[in-house]
Design a protein around this ligand. Structure first.
Ligand SMILES: Nc1ncnc2c1ncn2[C@@H]1O[C@H](COP(=O)(O)OP(=O)(O)OP(=O)(O)O)[C@@H](O)[C@H]1O
Ligand SMILES: [Mg+2]
Length: 372
């Protein structure tokens, strides 16, 4: 997208992010409802990530915030201005927003400085130069100002795309999987660079990815989407340690999920094939009814003597041991259930061993059970 700036506001605009509010947003493509009523709020300068599997509606939501897709229902508000709502559609270039894509769309026949300055056309020459130099320095591309697009690596092209997006001083920056064309090492480095840049300019960021590590490491808040709906919206730490649904538990890191029944007490789950009820330290939420699942992380599972003092202690048989360098990934059977755990690499354990495993009640959460 080539968004040029709204020159009436940018000359004096301060470098601070806007707040953004999405309310009951629905987006249809013909008969297909891609986004089915989602809401979230972003504070000025916050970094929010829309995370979810392919097709869950991340790009559609982002494009709608940018004004490239009309909202079928609901509202989008930037600071105090409704930009999308019933009978209202503010044009993309009037929203104070810019967007960075997976394809960098750097013009090959233009130098870096021309690429970056393109969106400033119409401003005074001196002003353009000052702004472009400033942004190139900020992003570490000062030395590359005179290079052509074709003479840049993938990472450098992505930096140019970033520079081009911030040079117009938008209040909100949108990212749609901007790193997926880069190799793993560069992707990790660019994560930190994007975050540092976002913090430095104080811009509000909405970032789209299906990569949970990216989402966890960059975001103030993660909105986890599933099939056009919000599954959970929380700080990365919360989503990881307190997933509220089976989907959230599984999408963000691997989780053990044991379905059962809450029999009487809201902190005791009877799981078929396991003799003693699974205990959790917290009571199940109100929306967790009789049919529920106990959720816990593989790295929280204890084995051997460490397991004995846990509230949940089970005899288990080792079904599979995988060496992963940093640790062993171990699959146990407990009654009719399979449970995954992690052990130090040097642990002498083999398939067929009978061991004691355990999980502390404080590491167990109950979530509603969803039929597969
Ligand atoms: N132009 C379109 N016309 C019809 N359906 C569309 C259109 N664009 C997207 N969709 C559908 O809307 C749904 C959401 O698509 P969207 O591109 O938002 O997914 P996404 O979460 O960004 O996925 P990915 O991770 O693969 O990029 C999908 O079912 C998709 O097929
Ligand atoms: Mg997408």
């Amino acid at each position: 997208m080539s968004m040029t700036i709204d020159r009436t506001t940018t000359a004096t605009q301060e470098r601070v992010g806007a707040s953004l509010s999405v309310r009951d947003l629905r987006i249809h493509y013909g008969n297909v409802e891609a986004v089915k009523g989602i809401s979230f709020d972003i504070l000025p300068g916050e970094f929010l990530t829309l995370l979810g599997p392919s097709g869950c509606g991340k790009s559609t939501t982002l494009r709608c915030i940018a004004g490239l897709e009309p909202a079928s229902a609901g509202t989008i508000t930037i600071d105090d201005t409704v930009v999308a709502g019933p009978g209202k559609h503010v044009q993309p270039e009037k929203r104070g927003i810019n967007m960075v894509f997976q394809s960098y769309a750097v013009w090959p026949h233009m130098t870096v400085e021309k690429n970056v300055g393109y969106g400033l056309k119409g401003l005074q020459k001196d002003e353009i130069k000052t702004r472009v130099d400033e942004v190139l320095d900020l992003i570490g591309l000062g030395k590359f100002a005179k290079r052509y697009g074709t003479e840049l690596s993938g990472g450098q092209q992505q930096r140019v795309a970033l520079a081009r997006a911030i040079v117009t001083r938008p209040k909100v920056l949108l990212f749609d999987e901007p790193l997926s064309n880069l190799d793993a090492g560069l992707r990790e480095q660019m994560r930190f660079e994007i975050l540092a840049l976002q913090r430095a300019v104080g811009i509000t960021a909405v970032y789209v990815t299906h990569d949970q590590t990216e989402a966890m490491s960059m975001s103030d808040r993660v909105v986890l989407l599933n099939d056009g709906l919000v599954e959970q919206s929380d700080a990365p730490r919360e989503i990881y340690s307190r997933p509220r649904t089976e989907f959230a538990a599984n999408f963000v890191g691997h989780a053990n999920i044991l379905p059962g029944r809450l029999d009487g007490a809201r902190e005791r789950l009877t799981v078929p094939g396991i003799a003693t009820p699974v205990l959790a330290a917290e009571t199940a939420a109100n929306d967790v009814h009789e049919s529920a699942s106990a959720v816990f992380r593989a790295e929280s599972l204890l084995a051997g003597s460490a397991a004995e003092s846990a509230e949940n202690v089970w005899p288990a048989k080792v079904e599979r041991v995988s060496y992963l360098g940093r640790h062993l990934d171990v699959l146990y059977s407990v009654g009719d259930s399979k449970v995954r755990g992690e052990l130090p690499s040097a642990t002498p354990i083999v398939v067929g061993d009978t061991v004691t495993i355990g999980i502390r009640a404080s590491d167990v959460h109950f979530v509603p059970h969803t039929e597969a």
